[in-house]
Design a protein around this ligand. Structure first.
Ligand code: AP5
Length: 183
């Protein structure tokens, strides 16, 4: 059973929603860098304040900060884990690969949740998180296209990428993910 997973997709694709359900059902550690960064922001720390400024513009937070957050959680994990929102660019993907080689926990499956921009924008505006306004959403989508989408080819070439249609009801998408991961 695959227990070292990554969910990939544009903002609003449903990564967090599906990762939550999946981790509850299969008892994996849900590692969402977005949630971890928002916790840091809520703590009011200096790092959190810096991160908030960047997140509110829809830009990517500095790689070192994100890596340090993820590293601690992965190194101490004895069961399975699911990465959500990380890696976000090629540099983070290379750093993840080095870390996983070091701790001898290779990535076993990547799920790409695909959905057209028009549906994403509607969903995100309906949610209304601090970074869910038209200007910031458009920046997040642009950054996804430029920096994150090259990871699709990277994982496809490794033969571990599964593509899922994210434009369906939550339970339908969930079943498709389970099937794609052989559950
Ligand atoms: P992050 O929190 O990762 O945000 P994101 O990638 O923009 O993803 P979202 O949470 O918006 O979307 P999602 O795909 O998880 O969808 P969700 O399930 O929530 O990152 C936020 C910021 O943090 C970044 O911009 C960056 O600044 C920083 N950051 C994070 N990670 C970083 C990293 N690695 N490096 C650098 N910076 C980083 O669903 C969205 C909405 O749609 C919800 O309302 C949900 O209820 C609804 N929905 C979900 N599925 C369905 C469905 N099937 N049908 C109808 N509605 C649905």
């Amino acid at each position: 059973m695959k227990k070292k997973l990554l969910f990939l997709g544009p903002p609003g694709a449903g990564k967090g929603t599906q990762a939550n359900l999946f981790c509850k059902k299969y008892r994996l550690d849900h590692l969402s860098t977005g949630d971890l960064l928002r916790d840091e922001v809520s703590s009011g720390s200096v790092l959190g304040l810096k991160a908030a400024e960047i997140m509110n513009k829809g830009e990517l937070v500095n790689d070192e900060l994100v890596l340090s957050i993820v590293e601690g959680r992965l190194v101490n994990n004895n069961g399975g884990w699911l990465l959500d929102g990380f890696p976000r660019n090629v540099n983070q993907a290379n750093a993840l690969k080095n870390l996983l080689d070091k701790i001898n926990q290779p990535l076993e499956g990547v799920v790409l949740i695909k959905i057209a921009n028009e549906h994403l924008i509607k969903r995100l505006l309906g949610r209304g998180r601090q970074d869910d306004n038209e200007e910031v959403i458009s920046n997040r989508l642009q950054i996804y296209k430029e920096k994150t989408s090259p990871l699709i080819d990277l994982y496809s070439q490794q033969g571990i990428l599964e593509e899922i249609d994210g434009n369906a009801d939550i339970d339908v998408v969930f079943s498709c993910i389970e099937r794609a991961l052989g559950r």
